[in-house]
Design a protein around this ligand. Structure first.
Ligand code: NCD
Length: 322
């Protein structure tokens, strides 16, 4: 069970992306998160590691899973948690990201969790503020805690990553989940495939070190894990696919296409799902193959591990030490 252990886990005082962290740091976070899964399954779910600390959730984009799991993770570690609702804040009156964050910073939070529609927003704040910053998704760039929770789900089921074939399918172009997962899974030794219509493949796809497919069936052949992505209509100006019905025919995961993957392959999705667009309900709701709800549980554990790791830096006399 986690306790007061101050062994450093992260070399920096922020978590901005998977790009900036090492295999050793990832492994240490996953190990710690395993303990938090156990804690989350017990009756007494609270620890006092973050007692006296303040965590602010600043979300400029909609979120169900990420925001609520950061809130729960902070509370289970004993922190005071403030959820800033951007809709009712002065952001709606035109206040900029920096002004809003500087105002919150003056209230002396220890950790700021931020989600923003612009790539690089979390990194920008980390340079301006004197608290720890966690990137909860910046535009189409990175979503490190999602990749970590996905990795935790995979490692608990498969024991490791070496040699696993992971097919990531759908709107890879706009997906920060795909980007963070590609970086993490490649670092850990998995073989990553991406499958999407040409219009939804990133321009730099051939520099990502992945196998690229426009034929989903070919990408599924022999896959150990199938990770589905939502069509991110909110990031599309105009149509990137002819129709959602046609999209489902070629890129939607149903039972028939899933048969092409390895026997025992499992299906992941970060949520929110668009049923009948990228995934069929018969697959999404089948607990024999779908680990979607498990991913949500792992999300709380990973966020507890990340907050715990960052608080070790604070305890060791980080910039925000009392
Ligand atoms: C993802 C996100 O916001 O990037 N959702 C999540 O965090 N669980 C994926 C998405 O919005 O499709």
């Amino acid at each position: 069970m986690p306790g007061r252990d101050d062994t450093p886990i992260l070399k920096t005082s922020h978590l901005l992306g998977i790009e900036g962290i090492s295999v050793g740091e990832i492994t240490a976070l996953l190990d710690l998160a395993d303990d938090y899964v156990t804690l989350g399954r017990s009756a007494e779910k609270k620890l006092g590691l973050l007692k006296g600390r303040t965590l602010i959730n600043l979300f400029f984009e909609a979120s169900t899973r990420t925001q609520s799991s950061f809130e729960l993770a902070g509370k289970r570690l004993g922190a005071d948690v403030l959820n800033m609702s951007v809709k009712t804040s002065s952001v709606s009156k035109g206040e900029t990201l920096i002004d809003t964050a500087t105002t919150l910073n003056a209230m002396r939070p220890d950790i700021l969790v931020v989600r923003h529609q612009d790539s690089g927003a979390a990194e920008l704040l980390s340079r301006k503020l004197d608290c720890c910053v966690v990137n909860a998704g910046d535009g189409s760039h990175e979503h490190p805690t999602q990749a970590l929770l996905d990795a935790l789900t995979i490692r608990r089921r498969r024991g490791g990553f070496e040699g696993l074939i992971v097919t990531i399918c759908g709107d890879v172009l706009h997906s920060r989940v795909a980007r963070s997962n590609i970086v993490l899974l490649s670092k850990m030794g998995a073989r990553v495939r991406i499958a999407a219509p040409r219009t939804l493949l990133p321009a730099d796809a051939d520099r990502l070190g992945v196998e690229i497919f426009t034929d989903m069936r070919a990408a599924l052949a022999g896959a150990d894990i199938v990770m589905m992505l939502r069509l991110q209509q909110e990031r599309m100006a105009g149509a990137f696919v002819p129709s959602t019905r046609e999209y489902f025919r070629f890129y939607g995961l149903d039972r028939e296409k899933l048969k092409l993957a390895k026997p025992g392959a499992f299906v992941m999705h970060p949520g929110p799902m668009n049923r009948g667009v990228e995934i069929d309900s018969t697959v999404a709701d089948d607990i024999e193959v779908s680990v979607i709800q498990e991913q949500v549980e792992m999300g709380v554990a990973i966020r507890m591990a990340v907050l715990d790791a960052l608080s070790r830096g604070l305890a060791a006399g980080g910039r925000n030490a009392p």
